[in-house]
Design a protein around this ligand. Structure first.
Ligand SMILES: [Zn+2]
Ligand SMILES: [Zn+2]
Length: 369
């Protein structure tokens, strides 16, 4: 017991998890303080009227909710191999929907009520990545112990990666015609360059911007509605972007969003941080699927005006398992990144002190036993 407690890696994992738990609480409370959905209707706003419906309910909008869960892979076990097909769902809250809602709640750590309670509807309406979660669903989604809690990264079926000699050089290019005009190219290029460099700093992969769009490994563009890949964008909020698994390289952003690189100059309540979305989608381009850890970059949802700019333990462990580590990457740098990102505001500082006090008390109790 004592050797477990003084093992520095075990301690690091425990501290990391406690910090993660603390910031999770913070994000949740922040969201409730600034719920924009009522003032700014968007594509999933209508799900709000399904609040508190449960098995047996029959309400207009249940069919669309079923389609939503189907799109993101939650009917995979009931209706296999039909991912992009429109199914004629009914408005009855049936056994299958209750099963789907319960799985969704279990995966994202919500109370398993099987009903559309407030926390479930809130997460359903939250803007998110368009890549389905079905690879999450077949796994045991929640940690069974502290030490397993950091391994929530997942891959696409078959675990594809860029199969080239290490170090890998990947080129990326912006579409010559499918861009947005209210941000300058230096602003857009800067946001993407910073995101690519964060991933490059932890794995032996280099990213180089090229002007040759046709030959680039990674092709980036902004698109509206149906744009030819069978996965149309849906307008303001809802799906923000999607990217394809290796070695496809397509990276599409919904042109209907209010993209920003600076919240000081963009007042829109529905503004979406371009750099945070770029960081997430690059994870998909490299082969990572979604994570259930709310603080991880690979978590599927991102709220309006939220910034998520640091790769967390879960993201790093996942991608390094695919490509190996960048020789310049150290565990010390990771610990520094984890702790500094948790100290960015006074509330975090207070919560972290609470947590460290709890940890100290726990250690004292164990030592006394
Ligand atoms: Zn995603
Ligand atoms: Zn697309």
């Amino acid at each position: 017991m004592l050797s477990f407690l003084i093992n520095p890696i075990s301690l690091y994992l425990i501290i990391s998890l406690l910090i993660t738990h603390s910031s999770s609480t913070m994000v949740q409370s922040h969201y409730h303080d600034h719920d924009h959905h009522h003032k700014h209707p968007h594509v999933w706003h209508k799900f709000n009227k399904l609040l508190n419906s449960k098995k047996g309910s029959r309400i207009q909008g249940i069919a669309e909710l079923k389609q939503y869960f189907h799109h993101f892979g939650y009917y995979h076990h009931i209706l296999p191999n039909n991912n992009h097909t429109k199914i004629p769902f009914t408005n009855k809250f049936d056994d299958h929907l209750e099963d789907v809602v319960t799985r969704y709640q279990q995966i994202f750590g919500l109370p398993k009520t099987g009903t559309l309670d407030e926390s479930t509807i809130s997460l359903v309406m939250s803007p998110r990545c368009g890549v389905p979660d079905h690879n999450i669903i077949n796994k045991n989604p929640r940690p069974t112990s502290l030490l397993h809690g950091v391994q929530h990264y997942l891959y696409f079926p078959g675990q594809p990666r860029w199969n080239r000699e290490i170090p890998i050089n990947l080129t990326y290019a912006f579409s010559p015609q499918d861009m947005i005009n209210y941000l300058s190219m230096p602003e857009i290029r800067g946001a993407f360059a910073r995101s690519f460099s964060k991933w490059a700093s932890i794995i032996p992969v280099n990213f180089l911007e090229t002007q040759d769009y046709d030959l680039a490994d990674i092709k980036i563009g902004f698109y509206s509605g149906d744009h030819g890949d069978g996965d149309p964008f849906d307008g303001v909020l809802g799906v923000l972007a999607h990217a394809f698994s290796p070695e496809n390289g397509r990276f599409h952003l919904d042109a209907a969003e209010t993209w920003t690189v600076d919240f000081k100059s963009e007042n829109s309540k529905v503004a979406i941080d371009l750099e945070s979305v770029a960081l997430h989608e690059i994870g998909h381009l490299l082969g990572l699927a979604h994570s259930t850890i709310e603080e991880s970059v690979m978590y599927p949802s991102l709220k309006p005006r939220e910034r998520k700019l640091k790769l967390r333990v879960d993201d790093i462990a996942g991608v390094q398992n695919l490509y190996g580590s960048n020789p310049n990457f150290t565990l010390g740098a990771l610990l520094e990144a984890e702790t500094s990102s948790s100290f960015h505001c006074i509330d975090h500082l207070r919560d972290t002190f609470h947590m460290l006090a709890s940890l100290a008390a726990f250690l004292v109790i164990c030592l006394c036993l």
